[in-house]
Design a protein around this ligand. Structure first.
Ligand SMILES: Cc1cc2nc3c(=O)[nH]c(=O)nc-3n(C[C@H](O)[C@H](O)[C@H](O)COP(=O)(O)O)c2cc1C
Length: 200
């Protein structure tokens, strides 16, 4: 079974409506390590050796976070700046993350329609996530289409619970690992194609 590492980045998880439900839905899954970055490093003073150690053990790395200013909360950038070292994550001999799978699991205030070229936010989510995609690529990881929850302010609590169950299913599918990886890599979102990903 593939080992999953969730890098959770939410500066106020105690006030969260969406991300806290997602994370609670997967807490009991064996083989899933949830690493709350703001809880571990409230001063952004990241323990690089510890991070490398848990990355080494993981097969799948999930950046789970609310979408903030078309990107992630600041700690995730700090994490990338410090942990993804030359000659370790990339560059000559930098193969530590090679072959691992990587994706973002995000929630957004904006609607699906807002993230189109003719929409309010002008760019599709996958385009806005390009820095994650290319970082994963540089580190020789497989970057998979994101799990996205849109229009968070319009969701009722039962909608959020349904999305969280979908997220749990995605994590369980990643654990099993026998997936159509090429389809997942090329999609815009994982959400609408979850069922199709399972290999016949
Ligand atoms: C600082 C900040 C920046 C945000 N930036 C965006 C954004 O760029 N695009 C968007 O769709 N929503 C944006 N939002 C809305 C959040 O994505 C949304 O509130 C969050 O996903 C809800 O999850 P939570 O209940 O777990 O906090 C922003 C919210 C905050 C507080």
């Amino acid at each position: 079974m593939k080992k999953i590492l969730i890098l959770m980045a939410h500066p106020t998880l105690e006030r969260s409506r969406i991300q806290s439900v997602l994370i609670n839905e997967i807490r009991d899954l064996p083989g899933v390590q949830i690493h709350d970055l703001y809880e571990a490093y409230p001063d952004l003073d990241i323990n690089v050796e510890y991070e490398k150690c848990i990355l080494n053990r993981a097969d799948v790395i999930i950046f789970q976070h609310p979408f903030y200013w078309y990107s992630a909360p600041a700690i995730l950038k700090q994490w990338m700046d410090l942990v993804l070292e030359y000659r370790w994550a990339y560059g000559p001999g930098g193969l530590a993350l090679s072959g691992k799978w990587c994706l973002n699991a995000i929630s957004t205030g904006g609607s699906h329609g807002a993230y189109r070229e003719d929409g309010h936010n002008r760019f599709p989510i996958r385009t806005l996530l390009t820095p994650f995609d290319q970082t994963a690529h540089l580190c020789k990881m497989h970057y998979l289409a994101p799990f996205v929850i849109h229009s968070v302010n319009h969701l009722r609590s039962e909608d959020i619970k349904a999305k969280a169950r979908e997220y749990r299913l995605v994590i369980q599918m990643l654990q099993i690992g026998d997936l159509d990886l090429e389809l997942w890599k090329s999609a815009d979102y994982i959400n609408p194609i979850i069922e199709q990903l399972i290999q016949p």
